[in-house]
Design a binder for this molecule. Structure first.
Ligand SMILES: [Ca+2]
Length: 466
């Protein structure tokens, strides 16, 4: 009889253990401002990223992966909430009226710097499935990770960093965040976890470890990839990715962990470039929003696979829920789609369109400004759609103030590109492919209405009266 009870007890524990193990761990590594070509597997001949390259070859590389915005906070807000910017109101970083007032034709939409606590973050949504979550590194959306459902929140200020990547004692932020991530994996290896490791690298200030910088000082630059300190910063990120992955291997968690590598916006124009893509951080051309991305999941994803289908950072939320076997929270709209079909080898998903909405201004800086629409701003208020190979940008100053649809052939409000033939967005087809233009424009305006996207319409008197 006693043996019988032991057997039952043993079975229950065993089945419970299995259940826990069945839920895959999720590791999401987000780099700050890393450009589309800022890793060697994407073609850079100057930056060296051996760990990242090796990992990318073990999984699936995404060639058309997008951030939800061209700068930091909105992409992070969209990743964590699963929603497009119009739903959470974090459109940009800090104020939306950047640059000189006399150069702005519209009063932009006010920006929210905080994601409301009403939102159900991905950490909150994973909780019912038994996940322990950690947000380590850059947060940037107000409140704290703990108030938004994370069990562990470790921001740079908690590690003694005010600004910059070095502490007085010489400690380097990328390394310390890596140590925290490794510690979290060790402490949580017995139950399913979600680790969101958000590096502050390679955001300004551009600072790196001397011994790594030295390696690049005499190395010959290749076009716009030539800054030794920036390269050294990237190499420290590469070491971090290697260490985290090594920890998963050492703890035996590798086969049951999905590992994602991503960046929050395009590379920083003064230090790097995304050629052949046009533009960089802050612009809504491809260089500002297309990201290096790969996913490794040893038992599920074929090594050396490639996905060309367009995906976006709001897709991670439903992907994680599907992986964890959790239902979408009720009455909570999600704008993304699970990419699991792509990870399983399908070439397409049931989605035709991606959207962006940026009712704000980002001032110019030196670097890549030759790619901008004008020299004063990286971007002015703009709304964007990608559909198939086509991409349309609707510039809201001209659209709102210069006659919209009625003057569409002359007001220069619309740019249309065929990304398949013109990945550098150099040939505006708005007045050539007019049927395609009207089709995408209608889709975009229908979406703006549906999602209640704020369209700035009030003219800026300071501009008008100059
Ligand atoms: Ca960023």
């Amino acid at each position: 009889m006693r043996t019988f009870y032991f057997l039952i007890l043993f079975s229950i524990c065993f089945i419970d253990g299995l259940k826990a193990q069945e839920k895959p761990n999720i590791v999401f590594v987000l780099i700050d401002d890393l450009g589309w070509k800022d890793v060697s597997y994407m073609g850079s001949e100057f930056y060296e990223t051996p760990h990242i390259d090796q990992l990318a070859s073990k999984g699936m590389i995404f060639t058309n992966a997008y951030a939800n915005a061209a700068n930091c906070a909105p992409t992070r807000a969209s990743f964590l909430t699963g929603q497009y910017t119009s739903r959470h109101g974090v459109f940009t970083v800090a104020n939306s009226d950047r640059g000189k007032s006399i150069n702005r034709r519209l009063i932009p939409t006010p920006n929210s710097e905080t994601v409301s606590l009403d939102k159900i973050t991905i950490a909150e949504a994973l909780k019912p499935a038994g996940y322990t979550s950690a947000a380590i590194g850059k947060w940037h959306i107000g409140n704290s990770p703990q108030l938004q459902g994370f069990d562990v929140g470790m921001e740079r200020i908690d590690l003694g960093y005010e600004r910059g990547h070095f502490k007085d004692d010489g400690e380097y932020l990328t390394d310390q965040l890596t140590d925290e991530a490794v510690k979290f994996i060790e402490e949580n290896k017995e139950q399913p976890f979600f680790l969101y490791l958000a590096h502050h690298a390679v955001h300004t200030p551009i600072q790196a470890k001397e011994e790594i910088i030295e390696k690049y000082v005499d190395k010959e630059g290749v076009n716009c990839h030539n800054d030794a300190t920036y390269a050294a910063m990237i190499e420290s990120v590469d070491e971090s990715v290697g260490s985290v992955y090594q920890k998963l291997e050492d703890t035996g968690l590798l086969n049951n962990t999905i590992f994602i590598f991503f960046s929050d916006n395009g590379g920083y124009g003064p230090k790097t470039c995304m050629r052949p893509l046009r533009g960089g951080k802050g612009m809504y051309y491809e260089g500002g929003i297309r990201e290096p991305m790969f996913v490794v999941w040893p038992d599920k994803i074929k090594p050396n696979s490639v996905a060309d289908f367009p995906v976006i950072s709001t897709d991670f939320y439903p992907t994680f829920l599907e992986i964890a076997g959790v239902k979408v929270p009720s009455n909570y709209p999600l704008d993304g789609l699970s990419i699991l079909p792509l990870l399983e080898g399908k070439k397409e998903m049931k989605r035709e369109r991606l959207f962006w909405h940026f009712p704000a201004y980002l001032q110019a800086y030196t670097g890549l400004m030759e790619d901008a629409r004008d020299m004063l701003y990286r971007t002015r208020p703009v709304s964007v759609i990608r559909k198939g190979d086509w991409k349309l940008l609707m510039f809201l100053e001209e659209w709102t103030l210069d006659g919209g649809q009625a003057n569409i052939t002359s007001n220069n409000a619309i740019e249309l590109y065929n990304l398949k033939e013109d990945i550098g967005e150099s040939n505006n087809l708005a007045n050539v492919e007019t049927a395609k233009r009207d089709e995408l424009l209608k889709d975009l305006m229908d979406w703006q209405k549906e999602i209640n996207a704020p369209i700035p319409s009030e003219p800026n008197l300071e501009y008008e009266q100059q």
